[in-house]
Design a binder for this molecule. Sequence first.
Ligand code: UP5
Ligand code: MG
Length: 190
Amino acid sequence: LNDKKVTVVFVLGGPGSGKGTQCANIVQHYGFTHLSAGDLLRAEIKSGSENGAMIQNMIKEGKIVPSEVTIKLLQKAMLDSGNDRFLIDGFPRNEENRAAFENVTKIEPEFVLFFECSEEEMERRLLNRHQGRDDDNIDTIRKRFKVFVESSIPVVEHYDLRGKVRKIDAGRPIEEVFNAVKDTFSPYSE
Ligand code: UP5
Ligand code: MG
């Protein structure tokens, strides 16, 4: 993986801001592979891995899983995909995640897509999702919001200082958000 020129876009935004929804749209139009760190962690729980119980507890508490666990899953998924363009959704979530990923993979993101949305709207979306996620209850949602503000926003600020953040108003209908997303990806169309 290190020898190839790999293109990575980090997709960040609060819980329920629409990262997964928009990534599904992006992969249909551009040649990217979508890797949701949260989905990889949930698959790891289901697989019965020795880390499963630990991961499950952290997700239930809205806490950030240790970097080495998440990075290993991301690296494996990148290799397995055979692709060289990735949307990494929901990672890095704190400065430690960010620094560890850079150190281990030597990959810097091309840019960071940042979905901005009010907590009121995100809460409404999460409580209406009904997909059986352990963390879609009001107690865990509040914890996720707090971790997002305290730990994840600094990552966005790090990249903003380097001119890499493409901020999207994600409080609008899905199609309108996607129109704004498309503008940021037009240089990558095949
Ligand atoms: N919806 C989407 N867009 C809409 C729109 N424009 N208008 C109206 N409705 C819209 O969308 C959420 C819901 O809203 C859906 O029902 C959708 O139809 C609707 P979705 O696209 O799923 O939003 P998303 O931002 O992906 O929300 P998600 O809940 O996945 O975000 P989180 O960041 O909270 O979840 P994630 O899976 O990334 O992480 C979960 C947990 O895993 C974390 O809290 C943490 O404990 C752990 N984790 C780590 O520890 N490390 C990691 O690196 C990643 C995760
Ligand atoms: Mg998601």
